[in-house]
Structures are given as C-alpha cells and as structure tokens.
Design a protein around this ligand. Structure first.
Ligand code: IMP
Ligand code: MG
Length: 176
C-alpha cells in the first residue's frame, strides 16, 4: 500500500465544540418535540452519535445507506440505495445527518426520497460542506459544521478513503 500523507485540518476539540453548538440550536428549535435523526451510513455515524448525545428532546435514530462513490475519490454521479430506512416518517420531524456534502447528489436524492414519505418537517445537517464540486446548485444544509474553503479530500470523524480512516477522532486531508 502506498504511503498516505495526512494533515489535520480540524482537531477533535474543534469538531466536538462545533457539534455542541449545533446540538444547542436543535435543542432550542425542537424543544419538547420528537426528532428523527436519519444518519447516512457509514460516514455520518461518529457525527450522529456525538450529536445525538447532546440532544435533550426525544430522539429516534434510523439509518439509510446510499452510495455514489465506490472505492474512488471522484463521484460516479450515480446514487444507489443499499439500505433503507425502517421507521415510518409520516408527520414526523426529520433531520438528515450527513458527513459531507460534495456534489450534492446524495443529499438531493435523500431529500426527495424522504419528502415522499410526507414528514411534518425536514431539515439537513452536515458535518462538512465542500462547495467546490457542487453539481446540485440549490442544495443548502440547514446546519453545517464546517465549510471547506479548499477542494481537498478529507478523512476521519467517519469519513473514509477506501473504507479506511473513519475512526480518526479529527478531520485530516489525505494525499498520496
Ligand atoms: P455527494 O453526493 O457528491 O455530495 O457525495 C457525498 C458523499 O461522498 C459523502 O457522503 C461521502 O461519503 C463522500 N465524500 C465526498 N467528499 C469526500 C471526502 O473528501 N472524503 C471522504 N468522503 C467524501
Ligand atoms: Mg463515503
């Protein structure tokens, strides 16, 4: 395996502090209301867990797995659903929890897919936003952890490169 050069761009402390801020916004907005967190596997799991632990309203967790990437760093443009949501989302408050919005195709697909289930309210929360590659121009997250100014491939805090590095407790750029 080739050696991968990594550089930390967001520390563990920075990620966790930002997640606490997002959680307090959500706690304010959904006070006393039930909130369904729909995590996108596998990338969002660390973000979703950290966020969920800070929430004070009744929370229900569910997951969906879609893929548009394969093993490559460049999006194929095709979104394929591998694992479906198991809860009934009709008339519920839904928060889609994503690791990163890159081209925007995944989130656009999920937004349409979940809208068809007639939720009461649907919002999008992403840990990272990488606007450089955006194909779906009108996609905006309601809650964003960090906007990446540079067009770099990142790993850690759930994000992978060929399924590796998800367990890093920080976010780092990776280069060969
Ligand atoms: P989109 O459909 O192009 O917006 O891609 C979203 C998905 O691509 C994310 O959920 C990630 O799994 C993956 N992705 C995009 N950029 C990166 C990156 O820099 N590192 C790791 N995964 C990424
Ligand atoms: Mg991924």
């Amino acid at each position: 395996m080739k050696e991968q050069k990594m550089q930390i761009i967001i520390t563990k402390e920075e990620v966790e502090s930002r997640i606490r801020q997002i959680a307090s916004q959500l706690n304010e907005k959904y006070k006393d209301e039930k909130l369904y967190l729909i995590g996108t596997l596998k990338g969002s799991i660390f973000f979703l867990c950290e966020l969920a632990k800070q929430l004070t309203m009744p929370v229900i967790l569910d997951f969906v797995q879609v893929s548009s990437y394969g093993e490559e760093k460049v999006s194929s443009g095709i979104v394929d659903k591998k694992l479906d949501i198991s809860c009934d989302l009709e008339k519920q408050n839904i928060l889609i929890v994503e690791d990163i919005i890159d081209t925007g195709r995944t989130i656009q697909y999920l937004k349409e897919y979940i809208s068809e289930k007639n939720p009461k309210h649907l919002e999008i929360c992403t840990l990272l936003d990488k606007p450089a590659h955006r194909v779906v121009k009108d996609i905006v997250a309601d809650y964003t952890g960090f906007v990446m100014k540079e067009d770099k491939f990142v790993v850690g805090y759930g994000l992978d490169y060929a399924q590796m590095y998800r367990n890093l407790p920080y976010i780092a750029t990776i280069e060969e």
